[in-house]
Ligand binder design. Structure first.
Ligand SMILES: C[S@@+](CC[C@H](N)C(=O)[O-])C[C@H]1O[C@@H](n2cnc3c(N)ncnc32)[C@H](O)[C@@H]1O
Length: 262
């Protein structure tokens, strides 16, 4: 796997000269699912100040901010080219309540927020030690009682869908060299003194079974290359969530009061 600088360079290079919808992920319909679950919870919780850590080109930040004009959003990313792209598309008057800044989460958050979210950001830290440090920074950057919406990939769900792929005669999909997935048991243990876990959902299981197993098998049978824009992806993104056969989970954490957390 790549080291920290290699991963940062990967993201900076990836966004340079690419302001398309696929500059932060090829899987645009997975991002639709993520947007949906975030929008529902942000809309319900109404946090005054929101931080998107690892906002990439700001697509999700901008959509959420446009839908909640009375809330203030800050988008942070360590890749300068991502922030350039986010700012270029963030000038519309309808999203005046969002600002973007280049910032590495390993340097902490500059102020306190009522809600912080990450969507597939912390999996780009190459070790559990670094991931724990980032989670401590998120905790410190939240007001007491504030919410952390964690949308990140987990090894267990990844292994589960690969087992189904094997059963369908498909090769396993490897974790990419710039990613290091969470392991649920140790994450839950680490977070327990800091946060109360309010909700947990595998948001990628039905989507992965449809896109990475059924559609992948159809493509293999037809000798076709899978296409992220295929209707199987589009339609799978609307399915209800069920099962544990995909890597991406939503965990809703509420920051504990200091006396309860120490
Ligand atoms: C998979 S992309 C997701 C982008 C965005 N959250 C989305 O859902 O479209 C991961 C993003 O996290 C950013 N990132 C990775 N490590 C970071 C760190 N230590 N601090 C800030 N941003 C980071 C990358 O530059 C990249 O833009």
């Amino acid at each position: 796997m790549l080291d920290f600088d290699g991963i940062r360079n990967y993201w900076d290079t990836r966004a340079s000269g690419d302001s398309s919808a696929q500059s932060t992920t090829q899987d645009v319909y997975l991002r639709e699912i993520e947007y949906r679950v975030l929008a529902e919870r942000v809309g319900r919780l109404r946090p005054a100040r929101v931080a998107d850590v690892g906002c990439g080109d700001g697509r999700t930040t901008l959509r959420l901010a446009a839908g909640c004009p009375d809330l203030a959003f800050e988008g942070y990313d360590y890749a300068a080219s991502m922030i350039d792209n986010a700012r270029a598309s963030g000038t519309a008057p309808s999203v005046a309540n969002v600002r973007f800044a280049q910032r590495d989460i390993m340097d902490g958050l500059p102020e306190r927020f009522d809600l912080v979210y990450t969507t597939r950001c912390l999996i780009n830290l190459p070790s559990w030690d670094m991931q724990m440090a980032a989670l401590r920074h998120i905790h410190a950057g939240l007001a007491d009682g504030g919410t952390y919406l964690m949308v990140e990939n987990f090894q267990e769900g990844h292994d589960n869908f690969n087992a189904v792929r094997r059963a369908y005669g498909l090769p396993e999909i490897a974790v990419r060299p710039h990613n290091f997935f969470f392991q649920r048991p140790r994450l839950i243990d680490f977070m327990a003194p800091l946060f109360a876990l309010r909700e947990e959902l595998n948001i990628s299981s039905t989507y992965y079974l449809t896109s990475r197993v059924i559609y992948a098998r159809i493509c293999a049978d037809q000798g076709a290359t899978p296409d992220y824009f295929d209707d199987h992806h589009r339609l799978a993104a609307g399915l209800p969530f069920a099962g544990e056969f995909g890597p991406v989970r939503l965990l809703v954490f509420e920051k504990k009061a200091p006396e309860a957390g120490r």
